[in-house]
Design a binder for this molecule. Structure first.
Ligand code: NDP
Ligand code: 2IT
Length: 468
């Protein structure tokens, strides 16, 4: 390291952290108690300090201050009736964050933990992610504190119909295009779309993730998981490596985890774990395509718990979730690669220590913000190949945008065509992140690269469109 580099990294550091701290103090004051949102904003702002120093025009137009304020937040009551005649009331929210480069686009999450902070963090990250996809989509997110777990299909349908009875007036193929996320899969999208169509009297691509026979795209169910693994493969390639023979830890057992496992296996790797809220399974023999098929039936049809895996495949071990533990035992298993695909903040500092101590040198995020800031610092300091969610899991929303394109043309593309496009998009996201990281002085730091590359496109569009 030469002396110039040393002096430029030491001198502005205090200035940099003062800028970030001052900025964050305002964000925290204006958005009290929104811890997840603060976390997501702090990460982005920290990456952008160098960009703002180079581009006074962004500062003058107060682009960052404008970007952290959603364009619109809609909150509504969702009353619905249980099978036994009981009345229930949930809260529905849609955060329309940014329409700078296209209609608001992002999933709906149904989970009891859903609140404004979580949906704002997800909507904020979505803006950068969608910008990275190369496609014309703005950012948004929505959902409800409704828990689909343990509900009958009829209850889920009544809830979805009630939710859409309000949401339909705010969305549309050129306005805001929701899709799935945690707790919102093919079943929920079907009920939501049915009610949207009934109320709007239009069959349009106002929702993505639709069934293939009624406007859905090939590969959309697979896209997030496949994309995550394509991104990991691109990162490994920079070190002359591939997934061949790599032992991989995967958390979650839902949509993203399932197709990440499928693609890891296809590319010669061995996925050895899965998890859900009941705990995690470790299968040292690997989760083969036959075992994965069984898991898909368990989680998507029977809606059972992952612990049943060990009854079916006795060479595997199950460890029950223990909320009193400070760490997740899944991240303490020997492996080469880790793919968190469950939820936010599922890898903390201790987990990161375990990952590093047990040989993991690639962490690629299928989930949104699954790694705490302290854990990310540890991974980056150890020169781990760290692929942040907003880049690595962008394949899902990218294929959603391809679904919108197919709907507009009233055409459907083949599996091969969509997969080809997905691979090209993931490769281009990888290149954009790597190049931005390099240009702004932190080569190999995909987190900075994703934040910077995602930001610049949106910021330039905002400058072009004036003060709106
Ligand atoms: P699913 O609902 O299909 O699956 C989520 C899985 O994670 C389930 O196995 C669930 O367990 C587990 N899980 C959820 N919350 C927790 C928790 N608090 N503790 C432990 N396990 C938990 O969701 P997806 O697979 O669609 O989403 C997973 C992640 O990927 C989320 O962060 C989502 O935002 C992100 N993502 C999803 C995309 C998509 O296209 N679906 C696109 C990009 C990112 P259980 O079965 O017990 O509920
Ligand atoms: O977090 C995400 O990118 C998603 N849940 C997918 C969003 C979409 O519009 O397909």
């Amino acid at each position: 390291m030469n002396s110039t580099t040393t002096s430029t990294t030491t001198a502005p550091r205090t200035k940099v952290s003062t800028f970030v701290d001052d900025f964050m103090a305002q964000v925290e004051e204006r958005n009290p108690h929104e811890l997840e949102f603060h976390q997501a904003v702090r990460e982005v702002v920290s990456s952008l300090v160098v960009v703002l120093q180079k581009h006074p025009e962004y500062k003058k137009a107060r682009i960052l201050d404008r970007m952290i304020e959603p364009e619109r937040v809609i909150q509504f009551r969702v009353p619905w009736m249980s099978d036994n005649g009981e009345v229930n009331v949930n809260r529905g929210i849609r955060v329309e964050f940014s329409s700078a480069i296209g209609p608001y686009k992002g999933g709906l999450r149904f989970h009891p933990s859903v609140n404004l902070s979580i949906l704002k963090f997800l909507g904020f990250e979505q803006v950068f992610k969608n910008s990275l996809t190369t496609l014309p989509i703005g950012g948004g997110k929505g959902g409800s504190n409704f828990d689909p777990k343990g509900k009958s299909d009829n209850e889920v349908m009544r809830f979805c119909q009630s939710f859409m009875s309000e949401l339909y007036r705010h969305i549309g193929p050129n306005t805001d295009v929701p899709a799935g996320d945690i707790g919102v899969g093919g079943r929920e999208i079907g009920y939501l779309f049915g009610q949207y169509k009934r109320l709007s009297n239009e069959f349009t691509g106002a929702i993505t993730g639709k069934g293939f026979n009624w406007g859905g795209s090939r590969i959309r169910p697979e896209a997030t998981g496949y994309g995550v693994v394509y991104f990991a493969a691109a990162m490994l390639e920079t070190r002359g490596e591939s997934l061949e023979g790599k032992a991989c830890l995967v958390s979650g057992a839902g949509n993203v985890a399932q197709y990440a496992v499928e693609k890891i296996t296809e590319l010669g790797g061995k996925a050895i774990t899965l998890s859900d809220t009941s705990g995690c399974i470790h299968d040292p023999d690997g989760i083969s395509p036959e075992k994965l098929k069984w898991v898909m039936n368990l989680k998507n049809k029977r809606r059972g718990r992952i612990e049943e895996y060990v009854e079916q495949f006795p060479t595997a071990e199950f460890t029950g979730a223990d909320p009193t533990l400070q760490t997740n035992p899944l991240w303490a298993i020997n492996a080469d690669c880790a793919f968190p695909c469950a939820t936010q903040n599922e890898i903390n500092e201790k987990d990161a220590e375990h990952l590093l101590a047990n040989g993991v040198y690639l962490v690629t995020e299928g989930a949104n913000m699954p790694t705490t800031p302290e854990a990310v610092d540890l991974l980056l300091d150890a020169r781990t190949l760290y692929g942040p969610g907003k880049a690595a899991n962008a394949g899902g929303v990218a294929v959603s945008a391809l679904e919108m394109a197919q709907n507009s043309m009233r055409l459907t593309w083949s599996r091969e065509e969509v997969d080809q496009r997905l691979q090209e998009i993931m490769r281009s996201i990888h290149t954009a992140c790597a190049e931005a990281a390099e240009t702004y002085g932190t080569p190999g730091n995909y987190m900075n690269g994703a934040n910077i590359a995602g930001f610049c496109k949106v910021a330039d569009a905002m400058l072009d469109q004036g003060l709106v």
